[in-house]
Design a protein around this ligand. Structure first.
Ligand SMILES: NC(=O)c1ccc[n+]([C@@H]2O[C@H](COP(=O)([O-])OP(=O)(O)OC[C@H]3O[C@@H](n4cnc5c(N)ncnc54)[C@H](O)[C@@H]3O)[C@@H](O)[C@H]2O)c1
Length: 252
């Protein structure tokens, strides 16, 4: 069975590196026309080049997902240039390891702005286009921290922001279903990206001891689930919050 996204336009936030980069490349490999939206223009261009080298099509927009005006302008631009916006993957996110009492109002505002308002902002801009098309796939990258209330390398604020993403996913799935729009979320467990770089050996071992599959995930593991959820094979799946975590949540 093949995944075929030819003629589909897919917007992926935070695709300059890590999980978002794997998602962008995977969707492009399946034929999607990929739009990379990231603050990091250099990284975004390297993702774009990787796609072009494989014979795919990609565009870059340098933007902060918290800037609603700019996001709306970008989505309108993509719509008018490429003719549709079929897939939106909300992947941009930041993490903070700070214990609760060491956080500040600024920390709260930043993490909620990027991780939660960022998802609101892109969904808000894309939804009218998808409603008009009567077709759309939205996949939000939350985290098992949103179910557990933080933990591992994400603190309480991070977990709170991701819990918001989970609720937004379920609510939007309910509201947008009648327009042929599927909205789902993925909750990754620990995945080998720069987010794990700060962990020392002792902590890596401690975390791994709680993973039934005994390994950290790879960005590709998340990309594979995105490909499925963004495809028509998942056309009857919406409002689903899917763990891709090596089994960690089975004991939670
Ligand atoms: N790595 C993990 O173990 C893990 C686990 C659970 C969930 N997640 C989630 O997966 C997503 C991707 O994580 P990753 O490990 O690839 O992270 P990463 O830090 O490697 O990549 C995040 C990307 O988002 C971009 N970004 C950050 N803030 C932005 C903003 N305001 N506007 C636009 N772009 C912005 C960055 O430039 C970067 O390219 C995040 O939402 C993260 O919370 C990761």
């Amino acid at each position: 069975m093949e995944f075929n996204f030819s003629e589909k336009v897919a917007v992926i936030t935070g695709a300059a590196r890590g999980i978002g980069q794997a998602i962008a490349i995977s969707l492009a490999e399946c034929g999607a026309r990929v739009v990379i939206l990231d603050m990091n223009e250099e990284g975004a261009n390297s993702t774009k080049n990787a796609i072009l080298e494989k014979g795919g099509e990609a565009w870059v927009y340098q933007a902060d997902v918290t800037d609603m005006g700019r996001i709306k302008g970008i989505i309108d631009d993509i719509h008018s240039k490429l003719g549709s916006v079929d897939i939106l993957v909300n992947n941009a996110g930041i993490v903070s390891p700070k214990p609760f009492l060491e956080t500040s109002e600024k920390d709260w505002d930043l993490i909620m702005a990027v991780n939660l308002k960022g998802v609101y902002s892109t969904c808000f801009a894309v939804l009218p286009v998808m409603i008009e098309q009567k077709y759309g796939k939205i996949v939000n990258i939350a985290s098992i921290a949103g179910k557990k209330g933080g933990g591992f390398f994400g603190n309480t604020l991070y977990g709170t922001s991701k819990a918001g993403v989970i609720a937004l996913t379920k609510g939007l799935a309910r509201e947008a279903g009648k327009f042929g729009i599927n909205v789902n979320a993925i909750c990754p467990g620990p995945i080998e990206t720069s987010m794990l770089n700060g962990l020392d050996e002792e902590n890596r071992k401690r975390i791994l001891s709680g993973v039934p599959l005994g390994k950290f995930g790879k960005p590709q593991d998340i990309a594979n689930m995105v490909v499925f959820l963004a495809s028509d094979l998942a056309s009857h799946v919406t409002g689903e919050i899917t763990d891709v975590d090596g089994g960690i949540m089975r004991d939670n």
